[in-house]
Design a protein around this ligand. Structure first.
Ligand SMILES: Nc1ncnc2c1ncn2[C@@H]1O[C@H](COP(=O)(O)OP(=O)(O)OP(=O)(O)O)[C@@H](O)[C@H]1O
Ligand SMILES: [Mg+2]
Length: 450
């Protein structure tokens, strides 16, 4: 019975007070009066600004729905302001406290910070997991002796801080090797920072590596900027295509490697850095040294642990494993369910030269999986030459031309003859050749069939 008593309920709300549209206090509970240090009898009937000069209630009279406000008078707190309506017409405003006093607020803030910390830890963990599942040594597929030996070297390299120099043709997996060393090492929790010496203009390489001090040049960030060395602190700095490192920068890089400290451009202080260096090259550095295109001293500083990633054509026995792996990978990525791979595919793959190495194989399979119908991957779904072209960068080695010409001729004749048989009907032609219409179009375009 007592509980239906509204006044009794209001008495239990912390800091409850009601004003009318003029700002006159029409209700104030004992707790509120005590909190702001007044007597209820004194407050009732007075303008709220008289009792509580910093009040936000007058402003809040214009609210049409409840709002939460922070206050900092009579202590710190958080209150709720609730407009009161009678038969659709606003008649006043109720205010009561959610938080009274700084202790509660600090405790809340602490709890929230703790919650954010936990959240951050969790996300960091997730990121590390993702990174390590994408780039771990387990993702280096292959059972050949070359790969097994390379994996052993990766494991022992990961236990040291020595510089690693990775040699290998395009698409052999050099970056994968670098990532694996990083994630296996104690530095794996820290940054893996990448710099590609070939992809930035020569005069910016130094800036990227060492950063700059504030006010060095117009347009620069006033606070200065960290370079890759500083960003990689405690982690790994991966310099891709070191053979393209501009000669004038080489002595500065060498100095950083020897002293374990750097100077930002335009700065005078030395900044200590703790960085593990992994570099790749697709040119023979020793020959470059002989031709005065690479500094001798830097070459010797980098030539500590050397990993040679073998080209795919030298380990053809890895092809079935890689093929199955990429088919599974693209099944998942594209929501496909290819469960059978034509034997002829393995046969053809083993007779191909793979100038674009694993990347080329991966691209050929990606395209194949997207063209394949149903659960079967057949020879007709694959377009080796086209895949090869997109897989080989411009400076890569050439495809053996004779085989290619003969193969293209045969393919051109077959397609032209089939088209003639079906009076140019592409759907029927594709069907008869066991390939999709879009692949037929691509082949026709590539082979110059109109
Ligand atoms: N042994 C392997 N097992 C599984 N995937 C591999 C393997 N080697 C390479 N790959 C895959 O092939 C692609 C190319 O590899 P990566 O980028 O490491 O080559 P790279 O040697 O750095 O080439 P580039 O010289 O062109 O930069 C990547 O998608 C990589 O994951
Ligand atoms: Mg690479």
């Amino acid at each position: 019975m007592e509980l239906a008593n509204c006044e009794l309920i209001l008495e239990h709300l912390p800091g409850a007070m009601v004003i009318d549209l003029q700002g006159t206090i029409v209700y104030i509970n004992k707790q509120c009066a005590d909190y702001i240090g007044t007597a209820r009898s004194h407050a009732l009937g007075r303008d709220v600004r008289e009792i509580f000069p910093d009040t936000k209630m007058i402003d809040s009279l214009k609210l049409d729905k409840p709002e939460i406000v922070f206050y900092n008078s009579f202590g710190i707190g958080i209150s709720v302001e609730v407009p009161i309506f009678s038969e659709g017409v606003k008649v006043g405003l109720l205010e009561y406290d959610l938080v009274q006093g700084s202790e509660v607020l600090y405790e809340l803030a602490d709890n929230y910070t703790h919650y954010l910390d936990q959240e951050l830890k969790y996300l960091k963990h997730q990121i590390n997991e993702l990174r390590s599942t994408k780039y771990s040594i387990n993702n280096i597929i292959g059972g050949s002796e070359e790969i097994m030996r390379m994996k052993e070297t990766i494991i022992s390299a990961a236990k040291t801080n020595s510089t690693v120099l990775i040699y290998g043709e395009t698409g052999t997996g050099k970056e994968l090797v670098a990532h694996s060393i990083h994630s296996l090492s104690t530095r794996g929790k820290h940054n893996f920072i990448k710099l590609n010496a070939a992809s930035i203009p020569e005069n910016l390489v130094e800036l990227e590596l060492f950063g700059y001090e504030g006010g060095t040049f117009t347009g620069a960030d006033a606070k200065g900027k960290k370079g890759k060395f500083e960003l990689a602190d405690k982690g790994t700095l991966f310099i891709d295509e070191i053979n393209q490192m501009p000669l004038p920068v080489q002595p500065k890089l060498l100095r950083a490697l020897q002293e374990n400290e750097i100077e930002r451009i335009g700065g005078t202080r030395s900044i200590p850095v703790d960085v593990r260096i992994i570099v790749t090259t697709n040119q023979d550095l020793r020959t470059m040294v002989q031709d005065n295109k690479f500094r001798n001293d830097l070459f010797y500083r980098l030539h500590v642990i050397v990993i040679k990633v073998p080209p795919l054509r030298k380990r053809l026995e890895d092809i079935p494993l890689l093929t199955d792996y990429f088919v599974r990978y693209y099944n998942k990525a594209m929501g496909r369910n290819i469960s059978h791979i034509d034997e002829q595919i393995y046969h053809m793959f083993r007779n191909f030269d793979w100038p674009g190495n694993v990347r080329q194989l991966q691209n050929v399979i990606e395209r194949g999986v997207s063209f394949a119908k149903g659960e079967h991957l057949g020879l007709g779904d694959l377009d080796l030459d086209d895949g090869a072209r997109s897989a080989i960068p411009a400076r890569g080695p050439d495809v053996p031309d004779l085989i290619k010409t003969v193969k293209n001729d045969a393919e051109r004749k077959l397609i032209a003859a089939t088209l003639a048989r079906f009076q140019g009907n592409k759907t029927k032609t594709a069907e008869s050749l066991g390939i999709s219409r879009s692949l037929l179009y691509q082949k026709m375009y590539r082979l110059g069939i109109k």
